[in-house]
Design a protein around this ligand. Sequence first.
Ligand code: GLA
Ligand code: ZN
Length: 698
Amino acid sequence: MHTQSDRYPPISPKCPHMLHGGDYNPDQWPTEVWAEDMRLMKAAGCNAMSVGIFAWSRLEPQEGQYEFGWLDRIMDMLAENDAFAILATPSAARPAWLDARYPECCKVTAEGQRRDHGMRHNFCWSSPAFREKVTAINTRLAERYGTHPALLMWHVSNEYGGEGSGAPCYCELCQAWFRDWLRDRYDNDIETLNHAWWTAFWSSRYESFDQIDAPGPLGERAIHGLTLDWKRFNTHQAIDFYRHETSTLKRITPDVSCTTNFMWAFEPQDYWQWANEVDIVSWDGYPGWHCRGDDVREAAGAAFNHDLFRSLKAGRPFMLMESVPSVTSWFPVCKLKRPGMHKLSSLLAIAHGSDTVQYFQWRKSRGATEKFFGAVVDHVGHEDTRVFGDVAELGRVLKKLDGVVGTTVRSEVAVLFDWPTRWAVSAMSGLGHRHRNYLGTCMQHHAAFWTMGIGVDVIDQTVALDEYRLAVLPMLYMLRPGMAEKIERFVADGGTAVMTYWSGIVDEHDLCHLGGWPGGGLRKVFGVWDEETDAICEDDVQRLVLSEGNELGLAGEYEIHQLCALIHAEGATVAGTYGEDFYAGRPALTVNHYGDGKAWYVAARTGQDFLDDLYGRLASDLGLRRTLDATLPQGVTARMRTNGETDYVFVMNFTDAVAGVDLGETTFADVVNGGEVAGRLALPAYGVAILSRPAVEA
Ligand code: GLA
Ligand code: ZN
């Protein structure tokens, strides 16, 4: 939640505009191509290129022998062409000489096997030799380019932990570091750890920290406390490595911002732990347009990520560091973006708080694994392509959005999505593998607000709830210290909370709460005791039957799938009951008036239909601010960025048909085309309009 009325500074003071560009690999191309690249960048309206991400072997072809001439030239050429470099540290991919001379740089697998040289992102976080070599090259880059006019910011490494789904390193150094981290976490007391991990189970008790190994296929996998702490430690290691890289950059170039590019709600790294580490949040988004079901759901999924990455820094604009101008080559089906989708999907990011649209990749690689990955400049080599035209068109739009730079999104709603909770839900044995679906469940709840055009933040348990009016808590399985109290205060002070089945089950160590769920004191806040959970099969039928005269003012029935908690109302009012099976007639939806607020308990997993209706009613009851007053047509959403003086309204049609949108009484300015827009807005298939109005305060 953000309430300030001024705007955030631009990503870099050097360029107070929307950034547009992408990963540029001149190190793969002969020098003759570079001048043409510059011409084409101008033609595409690009102003910021990520350079040198995987260029270590060109920068240091032999140990200690540096070749910066080519990068000098590129930096100069960018500056001469009014463009900037998001300059990378090259640690993401290692030159052959490095691994040959220092094999300890290569990661060790869970089976204990040292990996061979090759690929990328697969280094050991601990290796002293690797850290030393990274410092050496980073020092030279910072010293050489720190004051170069083209240097916009640092792009530290690339997608930390990215290859092999974040497989950690299991070498002896990393394991020893893990043991030290555990000593620190458990006050050097092995009995504290034994209790937290419940090691009386299966004779798992440790006598000393030295006996602990990382969990893995050849060893311990049954102790969830160990699994969770190993996950936490993996984030700690990556952050420590980031600090190692940035300590050099910060020493030499203290005024240049640093970022590292995050990935789509990436399971192995708790990005909330990263929030204060990076100066600017950036992430790489590759939604599967036209491929994975319908575009509206895909857009809502991308929006969930945008909202998450903006929320990491409490509303500060983030960077879309990578996206694809055409085809993502590693998709199961490599479908082309339909006309309009490039502009629409890029502006979706802007609408949610990005101040950049960056691509992977600028020029399509000629060989190797990314030679068919979408690029601004295709193998044909000129600008007369459909994709280049789409990019250039977006470039023209972005040039009109100076006013949007630094504005933010205001949200009265928070959806809680928490990494340790997610790790614990996927580690557990229970409910049924496909039934858990923590991320998908959080996304479903978020989507209800997205389709209504209501601003929503995606937060974790470390974030304060006070400034929100509605807190959505899907599957809050794990209660971290202080969370239950925070919810209690929030509701007592007048907030509305919606929590679901499978909440308040364990503590931060994954130890079950005793004495009835939801634990931690939430039983009294929600006025229910959640006794047991029925996981039902695909062809089982279950229904939510809304009670007559319920507080939502909704009537009828909704389908229930997968999970049904058998709850007892202990003070809560029953708003809906189960329709089938031995628990027919028992409560499935309740609301408890607690203090000045309300606590809803959704005991079963429903489809999107019920969530849309539930949150639609709550939004009306609470008078939550919608971007546009009128109901939006199916597949169209409206998002808003504001600086408290001007609202920028993005109306986006994710369907392949023309849509008419009712703009109500307001007359808007058309930010891109000029002129005024009022009444009914016609959006073509995959169309988008950017409108502005004097800020409407809540
Ligand atoms: C990731 C990487 C890029 C590139 C793209 C496309 O996001 O960061 O270097 O490999 O994927 O595959
Ligand atoms: Zn290691």
